[in-house]
Design a protein around this ligand. Structure first.
Ligand code: 13P
Length: 265
């Protein structure tokens, strides 16, 4: 049965591009897609810049009525108070932010974010009507041991602990095997399908078939215009969380237009 999920292509810029460069890239991206008579209803295109760029991106998107969405790379688990350096979900919501990446492997590794904190951030985002893009995925040792599915599903369980079915249904999950991030190593389409399919199965167990069917599961890790179509051809892959290749407007636009590519595999 064909699914009704709108594909989502999200560009995680990580700590790249200041607010001037952000404006330039978003403008170019919107125009590149428009020039190609791209049907924005066929795929949702979202940029995820650093916090300091969000106000500039908001101003541009609003003024030019661009169909590009934008998200934040992180969100605080706290609502307000003495948390130096943190940004609350309400602050992001005031900037028109519709998505927040939560639990990216770089934050899990470099900032010791555990499943409990990731779960609290998911709740904080949803509480402000921001859709969390919940990142999960195994490292190389776990992949070599063949434990990628159980490891990743345990992260899914942690992220959705205490989340209602209604909130779960509007969340997004990104399966990003850590060994494929920024390395040029891409999981094969079958590798991506194996874990993305298992994630959907777990959502059906935790909630219902309807919730599992509604949630978009993205793949992330060295996605490029040359490999996106074969990954997107897999049944349970609903989009991509793109790092390096989202920093070039033309390349990211080509990724968003994957439906016009030939599937090579
Ligand atoms: P790359 O596409 O650069 O491998 O990064 C993937 C990623 O971490 C997106 O969040």
């Amino acid at each position: 049965m064909a699914n009704t999920r709108t594909p989502l292509m999200a560009g995680n810029w990580k700590m790249n591009l200041d607010h001037h460069q952000a404006t330039h890239l978003v403008q170019k991206l919107a125009w590149t897609l428009k020039d190609a008579k791209h049907d924005f209803s066929a795929v949702e295109v979202v940029v995820v810049p650093p916090f300091t760029d969000l106000r500039s991106v908001q101003t541009l998107v609003d003024a030019d009525r661009l169909e590009v969405g934008y998200g934040a790379q992180d969100v605080s688990a706290h609502s307000k108070g003495a948390y130096t350096g943190e940004i609350s979900a309400t602050m992001l919501s005031k900037l028109g932010v519709s998505y927040a990446v939560v639990g990216h492997s770089e934050r899990r590794q470099l900032h010791a974010e555990d499943d409990a904190l990731v779960g609290a951030k998911v709740k904080a985002a949803l509480g402000a009507d921001i859709i969390p893009i919940i990142c999960v995925g195994e490292g190389l040792e776990i992949r070599r041991a063949g434990d990628q599915v159980s490891y990743t599903l345990a992260q899914v369980d942690g992220a959705f602990d205490g989340i209602s079915a209604e909130d779960a249904a509007r969340s997004v999950i990104a399966y990003e095997p850590v060994w494929a991030i920024g390395t040029g190593e891409v999981a094969t389409p079958d590798d991506a399908q194996e874990v993305c399919g298992a994630i959907r199965g777990r959502l059906a167990e935790l909630y219902s078939a309807e919730v599992a069917d509604a949630v978009r599961v993205l793949y992330g890790g060295s996605v490029k215009s040359s490999n996106v179509a074969s990954i997107m051809a897999k049944h349970d892959v609903d989009g991509a969380l793109v790092g390096g290749a989202s920093l070039e407007a033309e390349e990211f636009a080509a990724i968003a237009r994957y439906q016009s590519h030939q599937v090579g595999l």
